[in-house]
Design a protein around this ligand. Structure first.
Ligand code: FAD
Ligand code: NAD
Length: 467
């Protein structure tokens, strides 16, 4: 049960997602007296309750089902009568979520952080009220995250037309599902329900999926997902959706306009992005400034336009990623404790947890071309790696981009099994300003997928060993 011991703090943090709870723990480690206000029934925010963690639990579980049905035969493992226990799968997801959120409760107790349960409003700098009760703090941190974006004429009812939250808890596998948006959520949740037997169609406004991703990877990923049975309608927008007893009738149009097309689905998932969430905080009354996208404007110390009020995570500019929010939480806590902190926004890795995975860090080739930077490319395919062959994971490649003159690594893009783990070796090298040659001179254990990274680094200098 949440409990508070006082009404006066060094720091009050609003929101207990990855930004807020991590900031609270780091503040406490540094000796600050800290409280965290969270309106939800459990700690952990979007990420732990209805985001990163439950989606990965379902991705993992649905991939096992997929493998038992289609992939184990190739390893000489025969599995007969594979069947789906959707309730069991959902139970797995709920257990994972509960273990994680309870873990944060434990960490709050361990670090003597007060959890004030309720909805916070900022009265003025230094004063927060939670459901009528006032609390004082030298610094206030807003970490209230983001919420789903909806579309005009398409009302999310979390029943037939769902957001990612509804898509994480469907009680049966829909025969057909239309996903609006071919971004990260669309691909991850589309993959889950497609693996479980739904006929999934992803409708994307742009002419490609994962529009921020390296173009080569976006193209290859599209081919792979199509091979896996997911249908795509690119350069298409959904104009309206009508719910009927028998499903949802959608009206589509080409992104450039033209003749309307109809599509029917049992379930529609709206996954067209998320927007910063500041409802109920009372920020307009106290003069906190927002940018055109509704994000709180902060300076390099995360301070808003009002002295003593700070903001981190999805509610400010930058990628809406849990680890970005966490980094900001740590740095802000250290600055509030009188230390210094630094974050390099160019070095925030991002991962799409489909199968195969997509992972990237640093610049894309498109960005380097636009910036007129002269660069070299080293590419190495999974099919030329011994361990990948043993794993039957032949799709994909590692691509490293390095400065043509200095050889400094400028970006890396991976499509393939374990991409999300492999990217971190490159992240470490980039943090230290290392070169492709630095990576290629590190002895990599054999046989591992990590050798793909070494070979791609060698390929930057046109001397991979195994292709
Ligand atoms: P949030 O996690 O959104 O937390 C904000 C908290 O503030 C909430 O708990 C909310 O209840 C609380 N709050 C809001 N207003 C108030 C108030 N007035 N008073 C009290 N409490 C309040 N990111 C990744 O890096 N990897 C992933 O794999 C990943 N998967 C995702 C999958 C899905 C389906 C979704 C939706 C998101 C995913 N994300 C992922 C994004 C990630 O969840 C967010 O970037 C992250 O949660 C942002 O953290 P935050 O602390 O800024 O905000
Ligand atoms: P997104 O921005 O990744 O993708 C939204 C997609 O919807 C875009 O491709 C956009 O072109 C398309 N779109 C917009 N309007 C449309 C319309 N009217 N018709 C058709 N397509 C339309 O957003 P998301 O997938 O909703 O994810 C939200 C946030 O959550 C992202 O910022 C992401 O960083 C985060 N997230 C991260 C992970 C991860 O790290 N693995 C997983 C899930 C979510």
């Amino acid at each position: 049960m949440p409990k508070q011991s006082s009404s006066s703090y060094d720091v009050i943090i609003i929101g207990a997602g990855p930004g807020g709870y991590v900031c609270a723990i780091r503040c406490a480690q540094l000796g600050l007296k800290v409280a965290c206000v969270e309106k939800g029934k459990s700690l952990g925010g979007t990420c732990l309750n209805v985001g990163c963690i439950p989606s990965k639990a379902l991705l993992q579980a649905s991939q096992k089902y997929e493998e038992a049905q289609h992939s184990l035969g190739a390893f000489g493992v025969t599995v007969e009568k594979v069947s789906l226990d959707l309730k069991g799968m959902m139970k797995h997801k709920e257990n994972v979520v509960s273990a994680n959120t309870k873990g944060i409760e434990f960490l709050f107790k361990k670090n003597k952080i007060d959890w004030i349960q309720g909805t916070a409003t900022i009265e003025k700098a230094g004063q927060v009220s939670v459901d009528g009760q006032s609390y004082q703090a030298n610094s206030i941190v807003i970490a209230t995250g983001s919420d789903v974006v909806s579309l005009p004429n398409i009302k999310i009812d979390e029943n037939q037309i769902v957001s990612s939250t509804g898509a994480l808890s469907l009680s049966k596998v829909p025969k057909t599902m239309v996903v609006i948006g071919g971004g990260v959520i669309g691909l991850e949740m589309g993959a889950v329900w497609s693996r479980l037997g739904s006929e999934v169609t992803i409708v994307e406004y742009m002419d490609k999926i994962l529009s921020e991703t390296d173009e080569e990877i976006s193209k290859d990923m599209l081919k792979i997902l199509k091979k896996q049975g997911i249908n795509f309608k690119l350069s298409t927008k959904v104009m309206s959706a009508k719910t009927l007893k028998t499903g949802v009738d959608l009206s589509l149009e080409s992104a450039t306009g033209g003749k309307a097309e109809k599509l029917k689905a049992e379930i529609v998932l709206v996954a067209v992005g998320r927007a910063p969430y500041t409802n109920g905080l009372g920020l307009d009354k106290i003069g906190v400034n927002f940018d055109v996208r509704g994000r709180i404007v902060t300076d390099e110390t995360f301070e808003s336009s009002v002295e003593g009020i700070f903001a981190i995570g999805d509610v400010i500019a930058g990628p809406m990623l849990a680890h970005k929010a966490e980094e900001e939480g740590v740095i802000l806590a250290e600055m509030l404790a009188g230390q210094t902190g630094h974050i390099d926004y160019n070095l925030i890795p991002s991962v799409v947890y489909t199968h195969p995975e997509v992972a990237q860090i640093g610049k894309t080739e498109q960005a380097l071309k636009e910036e007129k930077v002269s660069y070299k490319v080293g590419k190495f395919p999974y099919m030329a790696n011994g361990r990948a062959r043993a794993m039957n994971e032949l799709d994909g490649f590692v691509k490293i981009l390095a400065d043509a003159t200095t050889d400094k690594v400028l970006g890396a893009h991976i499509l393939g099994a374990e991409a999300g783990n492999l990217i971190h070796e490159i992240a470490a090298v980039m943090e230290f300003g290392g070169s492709a040659e630095d990576i290629s001179r590190i002895c990599h254990a054999h046989p591992t997928l990590a050798e793909l990274v070494k070979e791609a680094a060698l390929a930057v200098d046109n001397r991979p060993i195994h292709t």
